[in-house]
Write a protein that binds this ligand. Structure first.
Ligand code: THG
Length: 262
């Protein structure tokens, strides 16, 4: 499982404050904690309160790169903000994200190719969030087609079914899980799959339990990557155990410790 830490997001009060006050040490501590907890990459999102997201994203990237050489996932709905972030990034980068709309695809797929980036494609369009699996797969196919047209390697594309909160979209959970399985049959070589995990429990109680239950289920449907809180150790234990049971980790009695020392 490719793990992207979700905690450097202006949605969180501590990060919003750090951006406002240009306090690097808060961001750097948050980066190092997530890497220690097992993150392979870090999501970087300025949040809704940022008035200058193009410069704030560069400030966040530079702060993180002073202390770590991890991959960064540039999380913005604005292609201009992502483009600004790409100029500051030194290591392998993830573009988070394009939608299935041609105005986004026409800018972001060529940019992903130019920067040798991974690309996250949300199965969403200007018409809104799909209501069922067929609509998700149709939008997924549009994104895959754009990658093929632009010579962008489909193995570097991560399709995101858009996880909805279970307390507002309970009847859609099964379709979201089945989309993860079916994204893989769109093309050969297949695209990969990703979810923003914490969405599933937004507004609910027992968040951590809902998150780890959904994650284990999504892993069994073939999930390749997740944006999640790696500092939730029960979540990470569930992830590691699910991979063990699917024969993706070698069993030993101390497999949790062994994974953490990898
Ligand atoms: N797909 C992709 N990218 C994404 C998402 C996605 N990026 C953003 C988001 N969704 C994933 N990241 C988060 C980060 C935090 C929360 C949810 C998803 C979260 N935050 C608390 C809340 O809203 O209740 C904030 C708590 C606080 O303020 O302290 O749940 O789906 N590609």
């Amino acid at each position: 499982m490719f793990i992207i830490g979700e905690l450097i997001n202006g949605m969180y009060a501590n990060i919003a404050k750090a951006i406002k006050e240009k306090n690097k040490s808060i961001v750097q501590k948050c980066a190092l904690e997530q890497i220690k907890a097992g993150a392979d990459a870090l999501d970087v999102n300025c949040g809704p309160a940022s008035k200058e997201p193009s410069s704030d994203i560069q400030w966040l990237i530079e702060a993180i790169q002073e202390v770590a050489s991890v991959s960064l996932s540039l999380d913005s709905s604005k292609p201009k903000v992502i483009e600004s972030g790409l100029k500051a990034v030194k290591n392998k980068v993830i573009i988070n994200s394009t939608t299935a709309d041609s105005d986004k695809l026409d800018i972001l797929v060529p940019l992903a190719k130019k920067y040798n980036a991974k690309l996250i494609g949300l199965t969403i369009s200007s018409k809104g969030i799909p209501q069922n699996k067929d609509q998700r797969l149709e939008l997924a196919a549009t994104i895959v087609a754009s990658c093929l047209d632009n010579g962008f390697p489909v193995e570097e594309l991560y399709l995101d079914p858009i996880v909805m909160p279970v307390n507002v979209a309970q009847a859609e959970m099964r379709d979201i899980l089945e989309s993860i399985r079916e994204f893989r049959i769109i093309s050969d070589p297949p695209p990969k799959s990703i979810v923003g995990l914490s969405n599933v429990s937004q507004g609910a109680s027992a968040r951590s339990l809902i998150n780890r239950t959904f994650l284990v289920m999504a892993i069994s449907f073939g999930l390749d990557a997740a944006i999640l809180d790696p500092c939730d150790s029960e979540l990470m234990d569930a992830l590691i155990s699910a991979e063990l049971i699917l024969n993706k980790q070698i069993y030993c009695d101390s497999y949790l410790d062994a994974y953490r020392k990898k």
